[in-house]
Design a protein around this ligand. Structure first.
Ligand SMILES: [Zn+2]
Ligand SMILES: [Zn+2]
Length: 332
């Protein structure tokens, strides 16, 4: 899953805006020399990781030329999907993740060449890392397909690192998830992406938040919604019901004659978003349940009740009355 350029910019905005001091332990969030002029950026042939460590390569940016005339590339950004619960998103969470990291290969000291041999200048591009293609009147500069921009060819690659000059391993990163984070938001950890090529800066690591479906609550921005089933008798007579919130229990006082679909709002019992000054609200949607599997005695009580209701007309069913009137109008 590669991030588009727009998504990257969006993530950077998120990392720089608001109160992100809480995120400090995961490394400074200030942009680390990002790829220069956008028009010169290009995808660099860095294969996506498929070793199941939860990260994907995003693509590197060409930064210009290093001291040796070789092209310098910023390392690829990595993205890491993290799934958390709604409670963790609301209250924040300290956690650790395992991410890939790279060490300079000891065997070849980072050159990628077998000890005793050395890299040779690429014959295709004469060490410049780029080739010029002629198309009509235009000459187009492209990364050398032979050496992939490094300007060098390794005739005998180091056996330990297969010529990469670096060895991939895992490291543990402390992550502080800020309270109020929401689905799809990203936390950036500068410099924890893939290392750069030919001395270029490392890419960044993006932790993308996914929130697990909750058994009770549905989140809509800072607000929470839940459905509360109540019995027909309780809705009729009224009374207190207990409802869950993310911070313990709360009580709702149902008035006599509460209708199905009625919503009660518990102010401030939602989630306090990252950039919000106040927490959102909790909306409890009441569903009135029709009794099932009644005993003979209960059926008799229901019939008696029904008869009693009929005697006093339809004034006990406010919706039914207006509905009946509208139906009558329809057939006039
Ligand atoms: Zn090596
Ligand atoms: Zn070349």
């Amino acid at each position: 899953m590669a991030l588009t350029h727009a998504e990257l910019l969006n993530a950077i905005d998120l990392a720089l805006a608001g109160d992100w001091a809480e995120c400090e332990p995961i490394e400074a969030l200030v942009a680390a020399g990002c790829g220069g002029d956008d028009s010169s950026s290009e995808e660099f042939g860095s294969p996506a990781n498929s070793d199941g460590d939860g990260t994907d390569s995003v693509g590197a940016y060409e930064l210009g030329r290093g001291a040796g005339g070789q092209q310098v590339y910023r390392g690829s950004d990595l993205s890491y999907a993290m799934e958390i619960t709604l409670e963790e998103a609301a209250h924040g969470k300290d956690t650790q993740i395992r991410i890939p990291s790279w060490d300079i290969c000891d065997t070849c000291r980072g050159t990628g060449a077998k000890p005793g041999t050395s890299a040779k200048t690429c014959g295709t591009c004469n060490g410049s890392g780029t080739v010029h293609l002629r198309q009509g009147f235009f000459s187009i500069q492209q990364t050398c397909p032979h050496c992939h921009g490094s300007g060098k060819i390794i005739p005998e690659p180091c056996v330990t690192c297969s010529g990469a000059g670096k060895i991939k391993k895992q490291k543990t990163l402390e992550v502080k998830i800020p309270a109020g984070i929401n689905e799809g938001m990203r936390i950036r950890s500068a410099g924890n992406g893939e290392p750069g090529t030919n001395g270029g800066p490392a890419g960044d690591l993006y932790i993308e938040i996914r929130i697990k479906q909750h058994d009770i609550f549905e989140r809509d921005g800072d607000d929470l919604h839940c459905t509360v089933p109540v019995t027909m008798t309780l809705a009729s007579l009224g009374g207190g019901i207990e409802v869950p919130t993310l911070s313990g229990r709360a009580e709702i006082e149902l008035p006599e004659g509460t209708q199905h679909g009625k919503t009660f709002r518990l102010r401030g019992k939602g989630v306090k978003g990252i950039r919000s000054s106040y927490p959102g609200d909790l909306y409890c949607h009441i569903t009135v349940e029709t009794p099932v599997r009644m005993t003979e005695h209960q059926r008799k009580l229901m019939r008696d009740l029904d008869e009693s209701f009929r005697k006093s007309g339809d004034r006990h069913s406010p919706n039914a009355k207006s509905w009946t009137d509208r139906v009558k109008d329809l057939f006039k």
